[in-house]
Design a binder for this molecule. Structure first.
Ligand code: ADP
Ligand code: MG
Length: 286
């Protein structure tokens, strides 16, 4: 039966900037023991800055940045936007042909007749192109031209304000496990998890890997499992979760649509607020 009483909690939630798409999701929130987070745009601000440009000699750093900016000029990914911002010049889109963005990996594109690829190691492995790996802290964008790795751009993101406190709040509410699933490299994911105080972190995940890992987590869980995300690549997991929570400001339309609850202010702290409202509503209902 539909727990009609929980509809009463929806009004209170929306005043707090939390849009709940049905009373049943508030009820589910009262039984949560595991919360799974995406990284970029969920735990971190999702606004990257270029912090380092590495050239391997053949091209100048300016040329590396220019190629990357041309490659990213059709991208809506936060990484692409940061590269375009660092370049900060007009792009002549006539040079850009056969553009292809591969979720969780990067971009393949023809620029002025040259085959350019940019992204993480996965896309280079697929093409059989060797990369000189970078141990810089941050998200690494390798740039390849005509089947050769010519340079690397490091972009860095920041933690959201108050996110460390917000995770503590969830733990103090009795949430047993806080877990992060990220498409970013393992070392960056690990570092973010440590800074924020999450129980467990998985990096290097393709969109499908995120779904599989989430299924494993659900299987290991005694209570309800929440997923919190913002990206197009998070939509399948948001749909699969007992309660899918999307970021309303940063979030993609696909994520918002697939979710059960939308946090209008993008604050992780609103999850604790939502759980408290759900618990109070339950006391009144039962
Ligand atoms: P997350 O799960 O952390 O939100 P995504 O799945 O969106 O991340 O991306 C995972 C990884 O794929 C990025 O860290 C990056 O290495 C690579 N990638 C995806 N899109 C792009 C792009 N437009 N340019 C460069 N790299 C990209
Ligand atoms: Mg994200």
């Amino acid at each position: 039966s539909i727990p009609l009483g929980f509809f009463g909690g929806i009004g209170g939630s929306s005043k707090a900037g939390i849009l709940v798409k049905g009373g049943n999701y508030l009820e589910a929130l009262t039984g949560v023991d595991t919360i799974v987070f995406d990284k970029t745009g969920t735990i971190t601000k999702g606004t990257f800055k270029v912090t380092e440009i590495i050239s391997y000699g053949e091209y100048s750093k300016e040329e590396i940045l220019e190629l990357a900016a041309y490659g990213e000029s059709h991208s809506n990914h936060p990484i692409g936007k940061s590269i375009l911002e660092a370049y900060n010049k007009e792009i002549n889109k006539e040079y850009i042909k056969s553009y292809k963005e591969i979720a969780g990996k990067g971009i393949e594109v023809s620029i002025d007749g040259k085959e350019i690829i940019l992204g993480n190691k996965k896309i280079f492995d697929e093409k059989g192109i060797k990369v000189k790996e970078s141990d810089s802290i941050g998200t690494v964008v390798y740039i390849g031209k005509s089947n050769k790795h010519i340079g690397t751009i490091i972009v860095s993101d920041e933690l959201k304000d108050n996110v460390v406190e917000d995770i503590k709040k969830l733990k103090s509410l009795g949430i047993k496990r806080t877990i992060m699933l990220s498409g970013d490299n393992e070392s960056t994911a690990e570092k973010v998890g440590e800074l924020v105080g999450l129980n467990k972190v998985y990096g290097n995940l393709l969109p499908q890997d995120k779904v599989n890992k989430f299924e494993d987590i659900v299987r290991d869980s005694k209570g309800k499992v929440v997923f919190v995300g913002d990206g197009v690549n998070d939509a399948p997991v948001l749909a699969r979760a007992d309660v899918g929570i999307a970021m309303g400001g940063l979030g993609s339309d696909a994520a918002i649509e697939a979710s059960d609850i939308v946090i209008m202010t993008d604050e992780v702290g609103k999850i604790a607020t939502g759980i408290k409202i759900a618990r109070n509503t339950k006391k009144i209902v039962t």
